[in-house]
Ligand binder design. Structure first.
Ligand code: ASP
Length: 293
């Protein structure tokens, strides 16, 4: 299903550096490698939130900004607003001097192929769910693609890449969250998903930081990220209990997942799909990655 990187960094302060790295890697559905609109263009979105200071920034409809998460951070730090979109966001990017590139930079051969398949299947959510059986290794005869892995009989490289997110907590218990995406493959032009919406795809408070992935419309209906913080605050649940509660009680038929950290340094994740790509790292060198429950 969706890829999300889950990083617990016991360091002072918070930067979107980790998300920038993933945006620059074409393997992920953010920045270069973003999912394409029905017209074959890229409209990227991102958001960031600093929990203790209750500051946030979000951007949508970006077509030329190399690292959308950096622009979201600039909206938070250098503008009086919380959310800028489309031409206004691009104009702000030019004023701030962030790196701009042609729209073509973001469009990869793999994604053009995936858009074609999505259109043939008349589907927005072209099946990028992880199958129960896991990945199969390609037979020798199937080496026509770069990918050694297959899923449901198709090369893994043909599947929609994954949205990225990062949640962090520092030694003083300050939490932050960031999410960046190209959205859904074959989405309508102008469609805005959960990722740039504070409270839906991204949220941080003095208690926790949360970043979501999955079917944006379901995440928006559930105010998924904010609900983790709300349940902790109002029901007094610990982080993993709060995550389990919202995944079970707040999501309807939509498939989604999230990563979260708490001010006490707990890490948690939850999803109602077969799997979710994730990773965790701490300052003292601990590292872990996971796909399945
Ligand atoms: N949540 C994203 C969206 O709906 C997609 C994803 O997480 O893969 O735009």
């Amino acid at each position: 299903m969706q890829l999300i990187i889950w990083l617990l960094l016991m360091i002072g302060g918070f930067t979107p550096t980790q998300v920038r790295e993933l945006e620059t890697d074409p393997l992920f559905n953010s920045g270069r490698g973003s999912a394409l609109t029905e017209n074959g263009t890229v409209e990227m979105e991102a958001s960031i939130m600093d929990g203790p200071k209750r500051r946030c920034g979000a951007v949508s409809g970006l077509t030329t900004v190399k690292n959308p998460i950096s622009l979201a951070r600039l909206v938070m730090e250098k503008s009086p607003h919380s959310y800028l979109a489309f031409s206004g966001a691009e104009e702000f990017a030019r004023q701030q001097g962030v790196e701009l590139v042609d729209n073509e930079y973001f469009i990869t051969e793999e994604n053009v192929g995936m858009l074609k398949l999505a259109k043939e299947a008349n589907s927005i959510l072209f099946d990028y769910r992880i199958p129960n059986g896991g990945f199969e290794t390609c037979s020798a005869g199937a080496a026509a693609t770069d990918s050694p892995l297959q899923m449901n009989g198709l090369p893994i490289s043909l599947y929609a890449p994954e949205t990225v997110g990062c949640v962090v907590v520092d030694q003083e218990g300050r939490c932050a969250a960031a999410t960046s995406t190209g959205g859904l493959m074959n989405k309508r032009t102008g469609r805005i998903g959960d990722s740039p919406l504070i409270g839906a795809g991204t949220y941080a408070s003095n208690l926790c930081g949360v970043s979501c992935t999955g079917e944006g419309e379901a995440i928006i209906r559930a105010t998924l990220a904010r609900d983790v913080a709300a349940v902790m605050e109002y029901k007094g649940l610990c982080l993993q209990e709060a995550v389990d509660f919202v995944i079970k009680e707040r999501l309807d038929e939509g498939q989604a997942g999230l990563i979260a950290v708490s001010k006490n340094g707990e890490v948690a994740c939850g999803f109602n799909a077969n799997g979710m790509f994730r990773g965790c790292a701490t300052e003292d060198g601990f590292m872990e990655v996971g796909i399945w429950p």
